[in-house]
Ligand binder design. Structure first.
Ligand SMILES: Cc1ncc(COP(=O)(O)O)c(C=O)c1O
Length: 391
């Protein structure tokens, strides 16, 4: 059978590929500590689960409006207004099965073949995959460890050409845990305004921050008209499996996303939108608890990684990933991740799973218990020591 040329341009995601390998190893009886996962290990708070169950029992099991149930759009608009200090309405919100759908739809609705899209490198692999799928060109905006995994403004400005159509940002960031400053966001906005670019702002980790305040590019006066703000429930409310997110966009773009929904998945699951309303308007203490726990684990993993010869690691400012510099081990990122999986029984991701600028790094998710993290650190330390001794 023949397949389309375009479908072959889609790339996979390192995290899912490693998970498949880990499952195979586990099936042979091998014990693996999962530090590759990109999802909170906590359960969804019970009040949110109860809202969905009540929705099913109330018969909310039919199609919903394609852009989402109006009360859910309203709740998301109010939440965004409160957290970003802006003024959007339900008309600006489209409820989606995951923030990823917002990234996909946002790119589909704005990018033509031949356009250039500036994306962070290292960065979430989905951006590059979809841009290539659309026949457009991903242009890499490098993030630097010595700059707290932020871009360099002068370098970014040089990436802009007449073909540039959009700048993608993600703060707090996957995989580095870096957080952009208000000044960085102002640079992005001015560049986008001066050259008439879209800004896709992936804010999925907006509530998982340490010792720093969240700032959104959408809060800059004038930015809303060119911003695709992607948010979701997966990370903040430990709801990855629910597939629930939303975008905040100009109303014309909301109409296009609505059409995409009609032609693709019809609507987001109806009773699950009750869970979104409960999550955004109900008690928020479960998130505070989760971030408190992540804060503890962050200390354990960063201190532990820095205690291993050949590895150094900055304290991430957000998300739940430690992006460790492994250059002094003498291994490439791929070799390092392979060695950790096969010999130390620890699954992590090679930095190169997030782009070429990830060479020399490995991503560790600390969405795992302190005990498991400590065990992983000790197994990694002894594996690296024995490899070194065998030289
Ligand atoms: C940066 C980033 N954006 C988007 C997503 C996807 O989120 P969702 O589960 O809402 O589709 C992820 C998930 O790992 C992510 O890391």
């Amino acid at each position: 059978m023949q397949y389309s040329d375009k479908i072959q341009l889609l790339q996979s995601e390192g995290a899912f590929e490693v998970l498949a390998r880990v499952k195979k190893l586990e099936a042979t009886g091998k014990k693996i500590i999962h530090l590759q996962i990109g999802e909170p290990d906590f359960d969804t708070p019970p009040n949110i689960c109860d809202a969905a169950i009540a929705g099913i029992k109330a018969g909310k099991t039919h199609y919903s409006a394609s852009a989402g149930v109006m009360e859910a759009r309203q709740a998301a608009a109010e939440y965004i207004n409160k957290t970003r200090n802006i003024s959007v309405t339900a008309e600006n919100v489209v409820i989606l099965p995951g923030a990823k759908t917002g990234i996909f739809g946002g790119l589909l609705a704005t990018i033509n073949a031949g356009d250039e899209v500036i994306i962070p490198n290292p960065g979430y692999p989905t951006y590059e995959s979809i841009i290539r799928y659309l026949g457009a060109r991903p242009v890499h905006m490098s993030l630097y460890e010595e700059n707290d995994f932020r871009f360099k403004a002068e370098e970014l400005k040089k990436l802009v050409t007449p073909k540039t159509k959009m700048i993608v940002i993600n703060s707090p960031q996957n995989p580095t845990g870096g957080v952009l400053t208000a000044e960085d966001l102002e640079t992005i906005y001015q560049l986008a305004k001066d050259n008439d670019h879209w800004i896709l702002s992936d804010e999925i980790y907006s509530r998982i921050l340490y010792d720093t305040e969240f700032v959104s590019v959408a809060s800059i006066p004038g930015a809303l008209e060119r911003t695709i703000l992607c948010e979701g429930m997966s990370k903040t409310y430990a709801m990855t499996g629910w597939r629930l997110g939303y975008v905040v966009v100009p109303t014309k773009l909301a109409d296009y996303l609505f059409k995409l929904a009609i032609n693709n998945y019809s609507s987001t699951n109806t009773f699950i939108q009750d869970a979104l309303i409960e999550a955004l308007t109900g008690p928020q203490n479960a998130i505070d608890e989760m971030v408190k726990e992540f804060t503890k684990r962050r200390k354990v993993i960063v201190e532990g990684l820095n205690d291993i010869e050949g590895i150094s690691c900055l304290y991430p400012k957000g998300a739940f990933y430690a992006f460790a510099n492994i250059k002094d081990t003498g291994l490439t990122s791929e070799q390092f991740a392979e060695l950790m999986l096969e010999k130390a029984g620890v699954a992590c991701l090679a930095g190169t799973a997030f782009g070429a600028s990830g060479e020399g790094y490995a991503r560790f998710s600390y969405a795992n218990s302190v005990e498991n993290i400590q065990l992983a650190l000790s197994q990694m330390k002894s594996t690296l020591a024995s490899v070194k001794a065998s030289y």
